[in-house]
Design a protein around this ligand. Sequence first.
Ligand code: ATP
Length: 348
Amino acid sequence: MNLIEVKGLTKQFRHPIKDPGLKGAIKHLFTQKYAEKLAVNDINLSVKEGEAIAYVGPNGAGKSTTIKMLTGILVPTSGTITVDGLTPYKNRMENAQKIGVVFGQRTQLWWDLPVIESFSLLKDIYEIPDDIYQENLNRFKDLLGLDEFLHLSARKISLGQRMRADLAAALLHNPKIVYLDEPTIGLDIAVKERIRTFIKEINREKGTTIILTTHDLDDIEDICERLVIIDQGRVIYDGELQAVKDAFVKERTIHFQMKEAIPSLTSLIDGLPGVILENVSGQQFSVRFNRFDISAGEIASYVMQHGEVIDFRIDEPKIEQVIRKVYDGKLDLNSGQEEETRLVPEKV
Ligand SMILES: Nc1ncnc2c1ncn2[C@@H]1O[C@H](COP(=O)(O)OP(=O)(O)OP(=O)(O)O)[C@@H](O)[C@H]1O
């Protein structure tokens, strides 16, 4: 059975249209004009226990609205949601025991209390047994480096410390599912890395199901196996992240370290179809290529015929360029139709 089952989920917002100022407010009392916005439009989604899903889409696509319905904060206009057998908005308390939520823009910590006191309150609220609380606290302290600020109030800690504390707070009660809405927003690279590593560990070791929405596509590369893209309230793609990379990320780069610099390297590499030479420095150089034109193996063996290779490394392809194209309407992942097919420019 699926842990989360969403069918025909729709949310329509209705908001008043008022002219500015007092005059507008008074006029609205008599005219009562409203605008409607279909934020989520007939979404279907099935999630198995232990999955790590990236739920992405451009601004205003309907991601947060979906998460709010999944967590029970918002009531759907139509459709059904079942989370571990419960309907979130009808069973908010029971549902809360099963889920953890982190909104990057907001905190669930008590602003004026030391972080450790917020944790203690959460222990009471969720009725977390002593041994589980202590075990989780010790583990999270270690993984997230919480010790340095546990005794400071949430008001006094930095954004990166606050996010680490919020993540721990959301997971103290061992939820089955954690919803993460922009968990790395505004953070520096080192804190982002720490948070990603933590989320991966929780997913791998505890089997916690992860639903992640983010605009930082490195987050999803690191954490998720499945990609769900929404646009204008509709799911436009749902499938494996690796499959998208394999099918659509055509560009790869190989970095070579040679024993000695190869003479006439440029003309040598010119002999390979669809290959671009980059970053030449002494005995090192890189080549960018379209993997549908030539394989990494062919390039490596060609280079080996012309010099002694000490080391070489192939860059993992990035999902970012594909998703940007989808957002820009230049690529339809379902049909495979792409407006522009070559990532490596033609040589002249
Ligand atoms: N309470 C509300 N009342 C009216 N419209 C709303 C409300 N909340 C969201 N919307 C509208 O619904 C649409 C979807 O918003 P939502 O916040 O779910 O998008 P999002 O994908 O999370 O965007 P972002 O990436 O910018 O956070 C937007 O057009 C937004 O303006």
